[in-house]
Design a protein around this ligand. Structure first.
Ligand SMILES: NC(=O)C1=CN([C@@H]2O[C@H](COP(=O)(O)OP(=O)(O)OC[C@H]3O[C@@H](n4cnc5c(N)ncnc54)[C@H](OP(=O)(O)O)[C@@H]3O)[C@@H](O)[C@H]2O)C=CC1
Ligand SMILES: CC(C)CCC[C@@H](C)[C@H]1CC[C@H]2C3=CC=C4C[C@@H](O)CC[C@]4(C)[C@H]3CC[C@]12C
Length: 410
């Protein structure tokens, strides 16, 4: 089939552009955010390799320890992935160990902050090696029976080859997304708060910034098994986008508002910090509540009460390798007001933990701006997936729930 301009951009121009720009951008920001110690690194140093090595081993260990297994949804080609269901324990133990370390040796916080460019350089090399290995593995020895259409090499590297590859006995995406990327995010925001405290004295605004992200990530780990039903896990392949994204982009960019406040003291008053905290907690709670309503509804096969009334839904069917199956699309509770209200609260939560950087220009808000773009794009990606899966029933559902993200607006 001849390729149109859109396909040309998607397969040939887009992936190299995104890879070069995000890789360079991450390094630039790591130097810029801590701009009183300008240093540049492409390969890291002995210390940064120790930090990344310890983090990777700790993440692996959490998936090797004996414990409850969780089976994810069976894929279109009949493969059922298995995960370790100890996310919340991993979160609590990691956080406690790190807090004890910072209590015993607070200067570690400053050392890690100053070494961010080197640490990210090591993460970058680690992620590139992993992505090359995943590409070779997917081409030479694929682990599941899925037949994947060949695409240009750079595109395959960017997108990944397999949906559920396993290495060293663990699911690669549980390792990169849940155990390395998100835990690095948590430990870094705590670290940056302590580094800011040592440098400028205690700041309630910086504490609010760290606390909100801790509550958000604690919530993620509480719900970790629910994450195995999402697009990242069921649709995205393990390649540069997801694996490099979680090993490098999340520790660098998702933590940026906290990192920025180490070099640039917060200007927000304590009263404003308390108001931001209330906004943040409410947004995180509402985001969780929307996700929870869908999970609760699906777990009870639609026979449940939401907002004091029996849940309403549209019955949809779809084809899988094992035949035609049915699914229910919820049309009451939060899911009756907009098709992706969870994304709206997610964006509000992100803005709330960026707000302590108010007065320093656009820099502390980069994450929230990026997330707004990512989630608006994701609404369309998800709806394209649902339209393919459910056909006309999806259109009927869209008529019943006409707004995408914000009731009455979008
Ligand atoms: N901070 C970040 O970087 C990001 C955070 N997130 C957060 O992660 C969480 C999960 O998000 P995500 O997986 O993207 O999306 P959703 O949790 O919104 O799940 C979308 C899927 O839910 C099913 N679905 C859609 N409508 C209905 C309905 N009415 N009733 C029942 N099922 C329905 C469909 O899957 P099916 O095939 O099962 O029908 C659809 O593909 C959210 O809290 C989100 O905010 C997400 C992306 C980025
Ligand atoms: C290469 C880059 C330009 C883009 C990389 C994007 C990925 C790192 C992120 C894409 C989707 C993100 C996530 C989805 C859902 C999540 C659930 C939430 O509760 C916690 C965060 C996250 C796991 C989040 C993590 C980063 C992405 C995988």
């Amino acid at each position: 089939m001849p390729e149109g301009l859109y396909d040309h951009i998607r397969y040939h121009i887009g992936p190299p552009f995104l890879m070069v720009s995000t890789t360079a951008g991450v390094q630039f920001l790591s130097v810029f955010g801590g701009n009183d110690t300008l240093s540049w690194s492409l390969v890291g140093d002995a210390h940064s390799w120790i930090v990344v090595g310890v983090m990777a081993l700790w993440a692996l260990l959490s998936l090797w320890v004996p414990g409850k297994e969780f089976l994810g949804p069976t894929s279109q080609f009949g493969y059922t992935p298995s995960y370790k269901a100890n996310g919340f324990q991993f979160f609590i133990v990691s956080l406690a160990v790190f807090l004890v370390l910072l209590f015993i040796r607070p200067v570690t916080a400053l050392e890690l902050t100053e070494r961010m460019p080197q640490i990210l350089a090591s993460c970058n090399i680690f992620a590139f090696i992993l992505c090359i290995y995943l590409l070779v593995l997917g081409k030479v020895a694929p682990q599941t029976g899925e037949v994947v259409e060949a695409k240009p090499f750079v595109y395959e590297f960017y997108r990944g080859m397999e949906i559920h590859p396993r290495i060293l006995g663990v699911d690669v995406k549980q390792f990169t997304n849940c155990r390395f990327g998100l835990m690095a995010w948590e430990l870094l925001v705590v670290n940056f708060f302590v580094a800011g405290w040592i440098k400028h004295g205690f700041s309630l605004a910086h504490l609010v910034c760290a606390l909100l992200q801790t509550i958000y990530l604690g919530k993620f780990y509480w719900w970790e098994t629910g994450y195995f039903n999402t697009l990242d896990i069921t649709l995205d392949r393990a390649g540069y986008y997801i694996c490099w994204g979680c090993l490098v982009f999340v520790p660098a960019f998702y933590t940026y508002s906290s990192y920025y406040l180490v070099a640039n003291q917060p200007l927000v008053s304590s009263t404003a910090a308390i108001a931001i905290f209330i906004l943040g907690v409410a947004s995180i709670f509402l985001n969780y509540r929307v996700d929870w309503e869908k999970e609760y509804f699906r777990a009870h096969d639609g026979k449940c009460i939401l907002w004091g009334k029996p849940a309403t839904y549209i019955q949809a069917s779809y084809k899988s390798v094992t035949g035609t199956k049915t699914s229910k699309l919820l049309t009451s509770g939060f899911w009756g007001t907009a098709r992706h209200l969870n994304y709206f609260f997610e964006i509000l939560a992100a803005f709330s933990w960026c707000l302590p950087g108010l007065g320093h220009g656009i820099w502390p808000f980069l994450y929230a701006i990026f997330l707004t773009v990512l989630l608006i794009h994701r609404v369309f990606r998800d709806e394209e997936k649902c339209k393919v899966k459910y056909g006309n029933t999806w259109d009927i559902y869209c008529q019943a729930v006409p707004y995408r993200m914000i009731p009455g607006i979008f």
